[in-house]
Design a protein around this ligand. Sequence first.
Ligand code: NAD
Length: 553
Amino acid sequence: MPTANPRHPNFPIPGGPELRAKGWRQEALLRLLENVLSVGENPDELIVYAALGKAARNWASHKAIVETLLKMDEDQTLIIQSGKPIGLLKTHAKAPLVIMANCNIVGQWAKAEVFYELEKKGLICWGGLTAGAWQYIGSQGVIQGTYEIFMRIAENRFGGSLAGRFVLTAGLGGMGGAQPLAGRMAGAAILCVDIDAERAQKRKEIGYLEEIAPDLDTALAMINTAVAEKRATSIGLVGNAAEIYPEIARRGIVPDIVTDQTSAHDLVYGYVPKGMSLDEVKRLRVEGPGQLMAASRASIVDHVRAMLAFQAAGSEVFDNGNLIRTHAKAGGVENAFDIKIFTEAYLRPLFARAIGPFRWMALSGDPSDIAKIDDKLLEMFPDNKIVTNWIALARQHVPFEGLPARIAWLGHGERTALARAVNAMVADGTLKGPVAFSRDHLDAGAMAHPNIMTERMKDGSDAIADWPLLDAMLLCSSMADLVVVHSGGGGYAGYMTSAGVTIVADGTSGGDERLDHALTNDTALGVMRYADAGYDESFDEIEKKGIGHIQVG
Ligand code: NAD
């Protein structure tokens, strides 16, 4: 039985033991599609997150996808092109049920303007990575990544703790909404600016944000008190970051950490220029996209100049993966890239071992399934400090949105072992239903994104997109249930390519085989990608875990 969804009543949260499709693999993918809409930012327009990231091209495509998932057999494969189903073909029961290619535009044409034109004609849609691939699990999807970044900074600069530290950030949308909770879990006093009061309110309602301050003075006073008391807190402030950041800098206040997660990547459908109301922005999206792009870029220039001023004054400043530096540089901020990217600065040693954002969703809809998997994880990896620390915190702090889900940064072999153990728990009835395994596209072998994931790779291979393409082909050969290749849309057009995967633990021996092959090979490719780029951690992992890497020369 689906459960009611008070925020979006037309998009109930799936769950229960009843099958509507012909098997659990198909049913699982259908529930995941329903789930991304139930937790999405604007499901009426199929928008899940990242400004324009959609679950399907349009409602007609959505209807056809649902009908196909309901009627298809296990030995068929549904083909989806940028959110539109184009065919159902006979393959075999070990082939993926769904393959997708989303938003891939040929090199010289891969530009925001071309994307918007194709989008307007209804020929393409931006899948926002996990939106179009039906893998989004709400703000929880990036929360551990954000938490790990904060903890790396705590270790590097602040004696291991963010207690008594002031973090300034912006963006309380689908992904950025994880920041206040991650900051609080890391012990900091975090101030999050968002121009849209509704987004701030949503994060408060779902338990990610504690309070919303009425104005900047009150917000800073609340932060000061929490810092003095070394008390963790999260404060929201409705305002434009391009005005608030410079104003805080003007007052001579130097936060300990500064970042930003507004949807700066998209100058038309994402970022809101200063001095403009949300209604005015909506109108210009239709009537004056060129004017809007120029205004957004001009505001981003001020926004990033303030970030650079904080950096010069001693703040730890980093780009949180939204192309804000790229647009600032295009707007004339020559030294925008003095701000470092979070991947290279804090997480690369983990990615070099293919440790990254693995996640699972309880298709029963029952939170007790996640609790049992938490227990299993702790039992299996008692010495893995990242995992044990995270699960204890997540249990205490992270509320579920939509289908109960969990994220944990696991690496090669660990993901496979956990997923197979869970498959056995489905088989013996310990769990109330099957479990879907997936991961963020921002994963070791899965993403080429020269201004985010692969910036400043050791061997200069930043822009080579062979890796995600190989990953997707390997995942198809390794029996995954859903495989997708995404490239960037909107402001990300031309900036990235990634691969995504979903595999269903349905309690069968076939499920066990699929999980074993797909998860093992996905992470093996991740380790090999970083070994190829010359990272020592990867060679260590290859030797320790016996990964079939071929060393040339
Ligand atoms: P979203 O569209 O759901 O939310 C963006 C938020 O930014 C909105 O709430 C909007 O009101 C706010 N905003 C826009 N302009 C603003 C301004 N000038 N001042 C204050 N607030 C402003 O997007 P999202 O899903 O939260 O993603 C945010 C960004 O993070 C995107 O660029 C996305 O691609 C990127 N991202 C990074 C990672 C990562 O791994 N670091 C992961 C996912 C997404």
